[in-house]
Design a protein around this ligand. Structure first.
Ligand SMILES: [Zn+2]
Length: 582
């Protein structure tokens, strides 16, 4: 091949390898890559040897990249391939209503940056994102941070939310921050006051509530728009203090839900006392949720709002405002509640747990925050599959962790290499070993091409010592025969408190099968690395991981054989890993 041909072929291989890697949890396989390449470029059939070594190189390069990075490259360079892959392989969401009414589907995710996101938020994100993609539309991220007092945003959460979205692979086409948009809300407030769709109410809260409960207007409702605008100016220039005036949207006072009747749209917050983390004390009049959200959905051209059914009342409120402005309300899809057994998806419950010291941090493994799931090695692909599977159905859904694990296992099992971890180690000595052995254990039994972990056993006077797990006590009773995985078969002779004595039995795996000897894992005494496993209930399991684990790096997902899948968290003198699932 000429240099140019070589470069060109390399790029085609890279494309095929990346797609293959995406399909198999981040690890491309050389063989299917070769097959696909020869299908695409039949002229290479005469150059198998050159091509094979090229594939070997490229596959290695690709497999060194984390899965998110692989997906990103494909998204950027060959987005059309990703689309066709999806159609082939994945479940699809039910269609959105009235798509044909709009030029382009536009959805949004609009969190208040006052806390981290959890599995429930992932549903809003993934559905909104996927629907936008499905219809070739746009997906926006909008920070709804207009309550510096009771739901005060925190600067750090703007970034953690962006990180979570990126991690989920939900790239947003535009970002808005409501605290940058106060002038826009002021303009709309002025307009709706001028047009008589709203009024500035200066009644005491209790007095207003009493009126509205009995479906009566408060005295402010019938002010002229001139008077309202005068009061509005006073709100803005500080003549009223916090709690003294509020802009209310006129609704039907007979609406069955009192909470909908003449709902508050903008109020005063003493930002000298409660400064906003982004804009400090610059503004004192702040829109409430429904006003800011409703105005923005219209201005931003949101066509489909996908959110939980707890927002149904908000829709009822906002529709009055839309009428006053002469706007058309977007299509709204309200899905049911999502619960996961054993973990709270309620922000307030999680916050209380953090305050009480029950959870050390919001990535505590007992929580279903995205940070916690990520730390445990739950992949964004698994979350995505789960959410798409549940879809936007209106019935409540109760999931078990096992539902999520099943998706995750399918994704990481082909990618995760295998290693030995001996929990609660006990010493075991084997006598009568006839000669030196080299144990070769495959990194992954289904993919022998990935290679082996290999350990030399050099007996002294026929004897060698190992560590085995206390979990295998039942298999290591006197007289029992077991096979050390990848090594040899042995028979237990004596079980003492601090030592198990055994004798070499035979070498072959076939022999072990004949004997019915169970396979157990092991580590050579005085080798390996101390290892702490953080379990889903936040307890820890301690032991030793095999020598090869010293070379692992943070974020790798591996399987400890006969123990479970884990994510590497830290590698120092000690290995710290988080347990994902079995
Ligand atoms: Zn009033």
């Amino acid at each position: 091949m000429t240099l140019d041909e070589n470069m060109e072929t390399r790029e085609i291989i890279r494309k095929i390898a990346l797609l293959n890697a995406l399909r198999y949890g981040g690890k491309a396989q050389p063989k299917p890559v070769l097959g696909k390449l020869l299908g695409e470029c039949p002229h290479l059939r005469g150059k198998i040897k050159e091509v094979t070594s090229l594939i070997g190189e490229v596959v290695q390069e690709v497999n060194r990249l984390p899965l998110e990075k692989q997906r990103k490259i494909v998204e950027e360079k060959w987005p059309e391939l990703l689309v066709s892959e999806k159609v082939e392989e994945e479940r699809v969401l039910p269609p959105l209503p009235n798509v044909e009414k709009y030029k382009q589907v536009v959805t949004r995710f609009s969190p208040n940056p006052d806390f981290v996101l959890h599995l429930g938020s992932a549903r809003a994100i993934i559905l909104s994102y996927e629907y936008a993609k499905m219809y070739n539309g746009q997906f926006f991220l909008r920070f709804e941070d207009t309550d510096p007092k009771t739901k005060k945003p925190k600067l750090q959460f703007y970034d953690t939310i962006r990180e979570d979205l990126s991690w989920l692979g939900c790239k947003w086409d535009a970002e808005f921050i409501q605290s940058d948009r106060l002038e826009i809300y002021y303009e709309h407030a002025e307009k709706i006051l001028k047009d008589g769709g709203a009024y500035v109410c200066v009644c005491k809260r209790e007095d207003f509530q009493e009126k509205v409960r009995t479906k009566q207007p408060c005295p402010c409702r019938d002010l002229t728009s001139k008077e309202n605008l005068l009061r509005w100016k006073r709100m803005l220039n500080g003549k009223y203090s916090e709690g003294e005036a509020v802009v209310r949207i006129k609704t039907d006072l007979n609406h069955p839900n009192p909470a909908v009747r003449d709902w508050p749209a903008l109020r005063i917050i003493d930002t000298k006392k409660y400064p906003h983390p982004r804009v400090g004390s610059k503004y004192r009049v702040w829109p409430l949720y429904n006003f800011a959200c409703g105005v923005d959905d219209h201005i931003m051209g949101i066509t489909h709002v996908i959110r939980g059914k707890e927002h149904l009342t908000n829709q009822a409120r906002q529709e009055y405002m839309y009428q006053h402005f002469g706007w058309e309300y977007p299509e709204a899809i309200h899905y049911g509640r999502l619960k996961i057994t054993g973990a709270s998806l309620s922000k307030s419950v999680i916050l209380q747990g953090l305050r009480d010291g029950l959870f050390k941090h919001w990535d505590d493994p007992r929580l279903a925050t995205l940070a916690a799931l990520r730390r445990r090695g739950i992949t964004p692909e698994a979350i995505r599959c789960l959410i798409i599977d549940v879809g936007p159905k209106t019935a409540d859904v109760v999931l078990s962790w096992e539902n999520l694990y099943a998706y995750n296992r399918k994704i990481i099992d082909p990618a995760a290499n295998r290693y030995f971890f001996v929990r609660d180690p006990r010493k075991l000595t084997v006598k009568n070993i006839p000669h030196a052995f080299t144990a070769e254990v495959p990194l992954h039994p289904d993919y022998p091409e990935r290679g082996f972990r290999s350990y030399e056993i050099e007996p002294e006077k026929g004897e060698a010592s190992f560590l085995v797990s206390n979990d295998d006590t039942d298999l290591l009773k006197k007289g029992r025969k077991v096979r050390f995985m990848g090594l040899f078969n042995l028979q237990v002779e004596e079980v003492e408190k601090n030592l198990i004595q055994a004798v070499f039995h035979s070498e072959s795996y076939e022999e072990a099968k004949k004997l019915g000897a169970p396979l157990i894992h092991w580590i050579l005494l005085n080798s390996g690395i101390p290892c702490e496993v953080v379990m889903p209930d936040a307890s820890t399991a301690n032991g030793v991981a095999e020598e090869a684990c010293k070379k692992l790096s943070p974020n790798e997902l591996i399987q400890f054989e006969r123990f479970g899948f884990v994510r590497i968290d830290k590698v120092n003198k000690k290995l710290t890993v988080y347990f994902a699932h079995r």
